[in-house]
Write a protein that binds this ligand. Sequence first.
Ligand SMILES: [Zn+2]
Ligand SMILES: [Zn+2]
Length: 95
Amino acid sequence: MQGIVTEYNDICIFCGRQAEAEHHLIFGTAGRELSDKDGLKVPVCNNCHNMGDKLHRIHDNPMAERLSKMLGQAMFEAKIGSREEFRKRYGRSYL
Ligand SMILES: [Zn+2]
Ligand SMILES: [Zn+2]
């Protein structure tokens, strides 16, 4: 499924350069697959995703990872279902 956050799939959502990957807003063991099905993902360049230094990428940056999951849930609640439905589907709430 297409991401539901932006329609500009070729542009890194953080820096505007050419996107090279998809970041799943909710990631980890079970979350990634559900996130994929629900379109909770954003286009990213490799630097902003997981190859840049830690202050400028999502992964291994604890606050960025937390905010990623919060945005994922916010988008779910805006376009897909209720908080209770999110909690049931993903096993917890990030908001
Ligand atoms: Zn980028
Ligand atoms: Zn990612």
